[in-house]
Design a protein around this ligand. Structure first.
Ligand SMILES: CC(C)(COP(=O)(O)OP(=O)(O)OC[C@H]1O[C@@H](n2cnc3c(N)ncnc32)[C@H](O)[C@@H]1OP(=O)(O)O)[C@@H](O)C(=O)NCCC(=O)NCCS
Length: 199
C-alpha cells in the first residue's frame, strides 16, 4: 500500500523515522502532555507505539503521522509530535461505519499555541474524505481535556455524547469519554490551511 504523506504551509505529516524515537519517548514521559491519559509512557511503550503507527501506515496508507515543523514563528523542528488517522485498538461501544477511523493528536509542550494541530488536522480530514474515501472520522477524549476538544471544534467535528472507554474499569477517572464525529456527506466547515476559519 502506498504510504501517503501530507504537507501544509508549516508542516510535514510524514512517515516515522528511527530518529523520532527519542523525542517521542521524551514527549510521552512529560506529565503535562500526558495529563489526560491514564499514565505517562515508558521508552518501551513509546517505541511500541511508533511500531504500531508504522505498521498501520504500511497496511492502510495513512496513519498517525510524525509531525515535522518546516517553518513557524518558533522556527523549524524535525519532530514535534503526531497527528493523524488510526483505527482504534479497542472495539468501539458506539455506532460507526466500517472501518472506524479516529483522528488524534499529541504535540510536545513547546509547540502548543501555534495552531499546528488544527492546521495538520485540517489536512488529515481533507485526506480522509477526498483521498481515502472514508465515510466518517471520529475523535474522543476525556471531558476535562478542553484543549483537545477545542481542536475538534475548530476542525468542525460535532459533539455526539459520552461513552465509557472499554479499557477502563468501572469508576476509573478516565472511563468517560466525549465523542465527536465528522461525516464525508456532511463535511466540517472549511478552514484555510493555517487552520483559521474564514470570517
Ligand atoms: C491537544 C493539543 C494538540 C492542542 O494543542 P494546541 O496548540 O492547543 O492546538 P492548536 O495547535 O490547534 O493551536 C491552537 C492555539 O494556537 C493559537 N494560534 C496561534 N497561531 C495560530 C494560527 N496561525 N492558526 C490557528 N491558531 C493559532 C490559537 O489561538 C490557540 O491558542 P489558545 O490555546 O490560546 O486558544 C495539545 O494540547 C496536546 O498535545 N495535548 C496533549 C495530548 C492530548 O491531550 N491529546 C489529545 C488526546 S485525545
Amino acid at each position: 500500500m502506498t504510504r501517503h504523506e501530507l504537507r501544509t504551509p508549516r508542516l510535514s505529516l510524514r512517515a516515522w523515522r528511527d530518529s523520532d524515537r527519542e523525542p517521542y519517548a521524551a514527549m510521552n514521559a512529560d506529565p503535562e502532555v500526558m495529563r489526560w491519559f491514564p499514565s505517562t509512557m515508558s521508552r518501551e511503550q513509546s517505541d511500541a507505539g511508533i511500531d504500531r503507527f508504522s505498521a498501520h501506515h504500511d497496511e492502510h496508507g495513512y496513519t498517525a503521522w510524525a509531525l515535522e515543523v518546516l517553518d513557524s514563528d518558533r522556527g523549524a523542528a524535525p519532530f514535534v509530535g503526531f497527528l493523524g488517522l488510526v483505527r482504534p485498538t479497542f472495539d468501539p461501544p458506539f455506532s460507526h461505519p466500517v472501518p472506524c477511523v479516529e483522528i488524534g493528536w499529541r504535540l510536545a509542550r513547546p509547540w502548543w499555541g501555534l495552531g499546528l494541530a488544527t492546521e495538520a488536522g485540517s489536512a488529515a480530514l481533507r485526506f480522509a474524505f477526498l483521498e481515502a474515501g472514508l465515510p466518517e472520522v471520529i475523535s474522543f477524549t476525556v471531558p476535562p481535556n478542553i484543549r483537545s476538544q477545542a481542536v475538534m471544534q475548530r476542525l468542525g467535528l460535532r459533539y455526539d455524547g459520552v461513552f465509557a472507554h472499554p479499557r477502563a474499569t468501572a469508576g476509573e477517572w478516565w472511563g468517560p469519554h466525549v465523542l465527536y464525529r465528522a461525516a464525508a456527506d456532511d463535511p466540517p466547515a472549511p478552514t484555510d490551511p493555517s487552520g483559521r476559519t474564514h470570517s
